[in-house]
Design a protein around this ligand. Structure first.
Ligand code: ZN
Ligand code: ZN
Length: 409
């Protein structure tokens, strides 16, 4: 059976500068250009025209999951990302360990960037609590960050953030965002939980030690980004393919785990412009020996864009081109279909995601070609694929790899 790869350069697209250039247009990308020449090109909006996607909603859409159905907030992805085993109906939040005074005024939103060892000990004071019949599950990740899950009957994700997102003000009282009993109950439980957490953590030996060292105590958690764990069809059932994911960021790992893709860990893959590019390229080649489908996300170009760093974005794109060169050298070209694209544009001038479509090329044996010879925002606009939405990508791959059924006689 044929295999497929979706290779996402995060934040790839851009808007032209005064010289009519973008980082992608200016970057030296012989391999991407070769793929454009040999493949079929176009433009893509991951969700739709005029929609500025997050990386999470964009990836879901490109993988064929309707984000308007399965995405209610970032919490569940964070919780999947830290390795929690979630159930449909769980309500999940992103969390920070933080420092508050006795009046719940936030003094440090990251509790002095408390390290993972101390956080793991404090985690035990929260994980496993039960409030009004609802189970509290909490797991820290990499120090001050963590995920909080509420499990039980009659919960809702329609509640406000406890995190005030700044220091010098009180922790927000969590409020229901609609009139339902479920939202009211969930907000009440969370407000009770924060009081219990403060009581249990404020004079915990770890925090007594931290105060002695002049460090801020981690005596509260600040939940935000509530979302409900959806009923979701696993990737392997939906597409009849064994799938894997290679990425350095927790958010994308969360998506992969939610839909049942195996996450392949690559040393030094950290979701920054200094990631282990070639390690990821080698992991992709290896993964294709075992899996039918591999999703790759390389985050660095998006990071550079959020910092408004044009040259760094260009450099990251050039490094990704070298990854692709290695990959094309080492795979069986008759067997693998390759989609190269971005999840959204992150224009340098905006330092944030925009709704501008991204270039896309589909490359592989017997793919129809067009006259496009370079991979960038301008030339791909002339490609034979024209304009597609993210939801079309998997459908095209299923067709190219002979996995879709005929409609009609
Ligand atoms: Zn993104
Ligand atoms: Zn971004």
């Amino acid at each position: 059976m044929k295999k497929c790869v979706i290779f996402i350069i995060d934040g790839l697209g851009d808007r032209p500068n005064e010289k009519r250039l973008t980082p992608l247009k200016e970057a030296k990308t012989p391999t991407m250009d070769r793929m454009a020449k040999e493949g079929i090109c176009g433009l893509m909006n991951a969700i739709d025209i005029g929609i500025r996607p997050g990386s999470d909603t964009a990836h879901l859409s490109i993988l064929g999951y309707n984000p308007y159905e399965v995405y209610t907030g970032r919490g569940p992805l964070e919780a999947y990302g830290v390795g929690l085993d979630l159930k449909e109906g769980d309500v999940a939040f992103r969390c920070n360990f933080a420092t508050v005074d006795e009046n719940f005024v936030v003094l440090d939103r990251r509790a002095g960037r408390i390290g993972p060892e101390e956080a793991k000990i404090l985690e035990k004071e929260i994980d496993g609590l039960e409030i009004d019949g609802v189970k509290v599950i909490f797991k820290s990740s990499n120090g001050y960050r963590g995920a909080l899950v509420l499990r039980g009957e009659g919960l809702s994700y329609k509640v406000s953030d406890g995190d005030p997102h700044k220091v010098g003000v009180k922790v927000n009282e969590i409020k229901p965002l609609d009139d339902s009993e479920e939202a009211k109950k969930t907000a009440e439980i969370l407000n009770k939980l924060l009081k219990i957490v403060y009581e249990r953590l404020n004079n915990h030996p770890i925090n007594i030690e931290r105060r002695k060292k002049g460090l801020p105590p981690a005596n509260i958690i600040l939940p935000r980004g509530a979302g409900i764990v959806p009923k979701i069809e696993k990737f392997s059932e939906k597409y009849n393919m064994r799938g894997a994911c290679i990425c350095g960021t927790g958010l994308i790992k969360g998506i992969a785990k939610m839909i049942g893709l195996d996450c392949i860990e690559v040393e030094g893959a950290n979701g920054t412009p200094n990631t282990n590019f070639m390690g990821k390229a080698k992991a992709l080649v290896e993964a294709l020996k075992e899996y039918d489908f591999v999703l790759v996300n390389v985050k660095g170009a998006d990071e550079a864009s959020h910092d408004g760093n044009y040259n760094l974005k260009k450099e990251v794109i050039e490094k990704i081109d070298k990854m692709l060169s290695y990959v094309l050298e080492h795979i069986n070209k008759d067997e693998v279909y390759f989609v190269l694209t971005g999840d959204h544009s992150t224009p340098i001038e905006m330092k944030d995601h925009s709704a501008d479509p991204v270039p896309i090329v589909i490359w592989g044996k017997s793919v129809r070609t067009d006259d496009v010879k370079e991979f960038n925002e301008f030339s791909c606009a002339k490609g034979a694929l024209h304009w597609i939405r993210g939801e079309h990508v998997m459908k095209i791959l299923l067709d190219l790899t002979g996995r879709n059924e005929k409609f009609g006689a």
